[in-house]
Design a protein around this ligand. Structure first.
Ligand code: ATP
Length: 310
């Protein structure tokens, strides 16, 4: 019997994210970089099933190479489950199953979505009723992108990305995602950015003096206008991701040639998100990219954060 069919399983779904804007400041004393980012949750989901058990276990399915996903305490979903148990004094365990659709190490926060979904699923399974504030607090202890996966929608993230302010973005935005077969390590991309900035003579790449999301980005979101959004999308990690994976530059050009308004590396990459004028334009871009042998997924945003399905 699959986890989806187990009647005693709590099923929670959480979205992957893209960064519509990602400004990276200086490295802080705690090793993290200061960020000013705009997250958007998109319709590519992680499904987490939590079933009663006497101890903690984790299994994974989906379109992933199983060797890339840890099944022990290194897994963010497992850590999330244990954190809920600890915070609420629960002595039972849980059998977690992750059905993954978000590319692993793809810059789309798949592990963070699993963690957010596991928090909500365990809270429901154990009836601990922690409430939104405590769940947000546990989420930010698990990782900078976990609170956003809990809330979803479109939001400005500051600090390490965990301090969230909802952004008004009422329209629908259509994206075509091009994942890569092999992921990129987030710490390696930040290290590459620091290296690029430290290089003698690269003054242009110094961390920006002020870290704010440009007003033009927020206005375009508020207007639901992809044509206004396209020219103001920026990712400070993009050059580092391209330096690590030069092929990304070709893919960015291919998507624009196929009719996308613009393309951006999502977070630390290597997934690329192409913004399109609407659903039909996105389908055309997807078809064109598939025709030249790229994997291409048509998704839309914004969608809600972690929510109980059954
Ligand atoms: P982010 O953009 O949040 O830095 P990402 O989306 O690039 O992350 P993830 O898929 O979240 O990358 O995972 C990055 C690494 O974290 C993986 O290579 C894996 O070793 C580890 N990991 C921990 N928990 C998970 C999980 N639930 N699913 C996938 N990877 C996980």
């Amino acid at each position: 019997m699959s986890f989806a069919e187990r009647s005693d399983a709590v099923h929670v779904r959480a979205p992957g994210k893209i960064n519509i804007y990602l400004g990276v400041g200086a490295r802080r004393d705690d090793g993290y970089h200061a960020l000013a980012t705009v997250f958007q949750a998109v319709s590519l989901y992680e499904d987490v099933y939590a079933s009663p058990a006497s101890d903690f276990s984790l299994t994974v399915s989906g379109d992933v190479d199983p060797s890339t996903v840890p099944l022990d305490d290194r897994n963010l979903a497992m850590r999330a489950a244990k954190l809920v148990a600890q915070a609420a004094g629960v002595t039972e365990g849980v059998a977690l199953h992750l059905r993954k659709s978000v590319p692993v190490a793809g810059g789309m926060g798949g592990g963070s979505a699993d963690a957010a979904a596991a928090l909500v699923a365990c809270d429901a399974l154990w009836g601990t009723e922690l409430g939104p504030h405590a769940l947000h607090d546990l989420a930010s202890r698990l990782g900078a992108d976990v609170p956003f996966a809990l809330h979803g929608g479109t939001a400005v993230g500051t600090g390490r990305g965990e301090q969230l302010t909802p952004a008004l973005a009422p329209g629908r935005f259509d994206w075509v995602l091009v994942p890569s077969d092999e992921g990129l390590s987030t710490p390696a991309i930040y290290a590459r950015l620091d290296e690029q900035r430290a290089r003698v003579g690269s003054l242009a790449d110094d961390p920006p003096l002020s870290l704010d999301v440009p007003v033009a980005v927020l206005q375009a979101l508020r207007a639901g206008d992809p044509l206004a959004l396209a020219p103001v999308m920026i990712n400070d990690l993009e050059a580092a991701a391209v330096a690590e994976r030069p092929e990304l530059d070709h893919i960015l050009a291919e998507g624009v040639r196929a009719g996308a308004l613009t393309g951006i590396v999502s977070g630390s990459g290597p997934t690329i998100a192409f913004l399109c004028a609407g659903p039909e334009a996105a389908r055309a871009v997807q078809d064109e990219l598939l025709a030249i042998g790229r994997e291409a997924l048509h998704v839309h945003g914004a969608v809600p954060g972690a929510r109980i399905m059954s």
